[in-house]
Design a protein around this ligand. Structure first.
Ligand code: NPW
Ligand code: ADP
Ligand code: K
Length: 507
C-alpha cells in the first residue's frame, strides 16, 4: 500500500525539510534521481548514455530548476543536453548556472527548439510541476506537439505538464498543439500526487525518488493497494471451514431480458471465494446451466440465508426491481448495489435511507453516479474532481462508493479514499461491471468491510482483464467480460503469490 498526497500537503511537508537542509539540497536530490531515470531510459531506448541527445523544456519555477539540475547531471555523464527556456527571465538561477558550467546548449527561441526536440533521444518535461494551473501555455504546445510527432519519448519531471496535479484532468487541445504532456514515464519526488494515480495514461510508469519528506507527511488522503495487500486480505478456506463458514453470497441480478448479467455476476462470485453462492431471480435456469454449483431460486424471498447480497445487474428499474432491492436491504447483511440498483437508490429516498443502515457498497459508472446523487443538495460532480465527488457522495449517502473508470475511486463514508489505477483499458467492455459485482459481493460475504472489499475487488478485476488480454509486456488483445471472469483465478493466484513473497501471508 502506498499513499498519495496533495501538492499542498507535499509543500507543507517540504518546509521543515528545506529549513534543515542546505539551500538547494532537496532540489539537487530530486534532480539527481530524475537524471538516473533519464539515463536508464536512454540506455533502454537509445542503447547508451554518452553522446545521446536530451532536450530539457524548462519552465518558470522549481520544476524548471529540477530540469536544469538534471540536465547538468546528464551533461556530466557525457549527454549532449539542450535546455529550452520557456520563460527565460524566470529560469531557476542556480540550476541555470549549474547547466552553463557544463557548457550545455541553451535555447530561448522556439524556432531553434523545434529541430532540437525532433532530433532528441529523450525530452525532459520540466515545464511546470505541482504549481500548475490549466493547460500548457505557448510556446509549450508547439514544442510538445513536435516532440510527439517525432516519436521522441518524454520523461515528465514530477508531473506531466498541463495535467492538473490534483485531479488528473486535462483541458482540450488547442490549434497550437496538445494542452498537456503525455509522458512515456514520470519521475516524482518526495510523495506521489493524485495525478499519478488518476491520470496513469498521461504519466506512464511512475518512478519515485525519496527526498526525505516521509517523516513530515500527514496521513495520506488517498491510498493505493498493491498486489501483496490484496493477496494478504483475500479470504481462503482454512482446515476448520465448510461451505457456510466462509460466508454465503446471494446474487439478485438478471432478468428474462438480461440473463447474462446474472451469469456473469454469479460465476464471478463462485470464482472469487470458496463457500457458497445463491442466486435469486428470473435467470435461475441460465445461471444453473452455466454454474451448476449455484443454488438458484426465482425469488429473493425463497433464497435462504446469506451473509451478503450482490444486487442490481440486469435487475430492471421498475417496481419488481425496487421490491427486490428493498428486500435485500432489509436482510440486515452487507449489500453490494450495482447497475439498476444504483439507479433505484437514486430514485427512491426510502431505499437510500435503508442502504445507509447496513454496510453498503454502491458501484456506479459515471452515468449511474449522476443518477445516484441527483436528489442530493448540491449534487457532487465528478468533473473535474472524481475523488472529491466520490468522497462527498459517500459522506452524504452513508455508503461506500466505488466510482468506476480507468482509475477506480473508492470512498468510504468516514472520508477514507482509495484509488485503483488500471494498468490498461481492456475492462471497457460490456458486462465487465457485472463481473466486478460478483467479486465484490463475494468479498463482502466473506467479511471484508465494504471499503476493503471494493479495493480488493477492483484490483483483482483489473488484473484478471490484464492477464486475460495477454502476457504482461506484450501488446495484448481485446477480451469479453466472460473471459475477464475466467481470469479471476489467475489474478487471485498472482496477488496471493505477491503476499507470500513480501510478508509470508497468503498461505
Ligand atoms: N520546494 C522544493 O524545494 C522542491 C520542489 N521541487 C519541484 O518544484 C516543483 C514546484 O515548483 P514551484 O512551486 O516553483 O512551481 P512550478 O510547478 O515549477 O510552476 C512554476 C510556475 O509556472 C507557472 N505555471 C502555472 N501553470 C502553468 C502552465 N500550465 N504552463 C506553464 N506555466 C505554468 C506558474 O507561474 P505564473 O506564471 O502562473 O505566475 C507557476 O508558479 C515541484 O513540482 C517539483 O518539481 C522538487 O525540486 C523538490 C524540492
Ligand atoms: N477505460 C477503462 N479503463 C479501465 N477500466 C475501465 C475503463 N472503462 C471501464 N472500466 C471498468 O470496467 C467496468 C465497467 O463496468 P460497467 O460500466 O458497470 O459495465 P457493464 O454495465 O457493461 O457491466 C468497471 O469496473 C470500470 O471501472
Ligand atoms: K513537469
Amino acid at each position: 500500500m502506498y499513499g498519495v498526497w496533495t501538492p499542498e500537503q507535499v509543500g507543507t511537508a517540504e518546509e521543515p525539510v528545506l529549513a534543515r537542509t542546505p539551500e538547494g539540497a532537496l532540489m539537487r536530490r530530486a534532480a539527481y534521481g530524475a537524471a538516473q531515470v533519464a539515463m536508464r531510459m536512454l540506455t533502454e531506448r537509445a542503447g547508451g548514455v554518452t553522446g545521446r541527445r536530451v532536450v530539457v523544456l524548462v519552465g518558470a519555477g522549481n520544476n524548471g530548476g529540477d530540469g536544469l539540475w538534471a540536465g547538468a547531471y546528464l551533461s556530466r555523464r557525457g549527454v549532449r543536453v539542450t535546455a529550452v527556456l520557456l520563460s527565460p527571465d524566470r529560469a531557476h538561477p542556480a540550476g541555470l548556472e549549474a547547466l552553463r558550467s557544463w557548457s550545455a546548449r541553451i535555447v530561448t527561441d522556439p524556432d531553434d527548439a523545434v529541430p532540437a526536440v525532433e532530433r532528441a533521444h529523450l525530452v525532459l518535461d520540466a515545464i511546470v510541476g505541482t504549481s500548475a494551473r490549466g493547460g500548457l501555455r505557448a510556446p509549450a504546445p508547439r514544442l510538445v506537439g513536435a516532440t510527439e510527432a517525432a516519436g521522441v519519448p518524454i520523461l515528465a519531471i514530477d508531473t506531466p505538464s498541463g495535467v492538473d496535479p490534483r485531479t488528473g484532468t486535462v483541458p482540450e487541445a488547442t490549434d497550437d498543439g496538445p494542452a498537456a504532456v503525455t509522458a512515456a514515464e514520470t519521475v516524482t519526488f518526495g510523495a506521489r500526487k493524485p495525478v499519478h494515480v488518476l491520470a496513469r495514461d498521461r504519466c506512464g510508469p511512475v518512478s519515485f525518488v525519496d527526498i526525505g519528506l516521509g517523516p513530515e507527511l500527514s496521513e495520506p488522503p488517498i491510498t493505493v493497494l498493491e498486489a501483496a495487500d490484496v493477496g494478504a486480505a483475500w479470504p481462503v478456506p482454512g482446515p476448520g471451514d465448510d461451505k457456510y463458514t466462509q460466508g454465503v453470497v446471494g446474487v439478485a441480478a438478471g432478468s428474462a431480458t438480461y440473463p447474462g448479467a446474472a451469469v456473469l455476476a454469479s460465476g464471478a462470485a463462485c470464482l472469487a471465494t470458496s463457500g457458497m453462492v445463491r442466486y435469486a431471480g428470473s435467470a435461475a435456469d441460465e445461471v444453473r446451466a452455466a454454474w451448476p454449483e449455484v443454488v438458484a431460486t426465482d425469488h429473493v424471498a425463497d433464497a435462504g440465508r446469506v451473509q451478503a447480497w450482490a444486487v442490481g445487474p440486469g435487475l430492471g428499474t421498475g417496481d419488481d426491481g425496487a421490491a427486490t432491492l428493498r428486500h435485500v436491504l432489509d436482510a440486515g447483511v452487507p449489500v453490494l448495489a450495482d447497475a439498476d440498483a444504483v439507479t433505484l437508490l437514486g430514485a427512491h429516498a426510502d431505499l437510500r435511507t435503508q442502504a445507509a443502515r447496513v454496510p453498503t457498497l454502491v458501484t456506479p459508472h459515471a452515468g449511474e453516479f449522476a443518477r445516484l446523487v441527483a436528489d442530493l443538495d448540491d449534487p457532487p460532480d465528478p468533473a473535474p474532481d472524481r475523488v472529491d465527488a466520490a468522497r462527498r457522495a459517500a459522506a452524504a449517502l452513508g455508503v461506500t462508493v466505488l466510482l468506476k473508470g480507468n482509475a477506480t475511486v473508492v470512498a468510504a463514508p468516514d472520508g477514507r479514499v482509495l484509488v485503483h489505477p488500471a494498468g490498461s483499458s481492456w475492462l471497457a467492455t460490456a458486462g465487465s461491471g457485472d463481473v466486478l459485482s460478483g467479486i465484490a459481493g463475494a468479498l463482502l460475504a466473506a467479511g471484508l468491510e465494504p471499503f476493503r472489499a471494493a479495493g480488493a475487488a477492483a484490483f483483482v478485476h483489473a488484473r484478471a482483464a490484464d492477464l486475460g488480454a495477454g502476457t504482461p509486456g506484450t501488446p495484448g488483445a481485446p477480451l469479453p467480460a466472460s473471459h475477464v471472469q475466467a481470469g479471476i483465478p489467475d489474478a487471485i493466484r498472482t496477488v496471493r503469490a505477491a503476499a507470500l513473497t513480501t510478508t509470508g501471508a497468503g498461505r
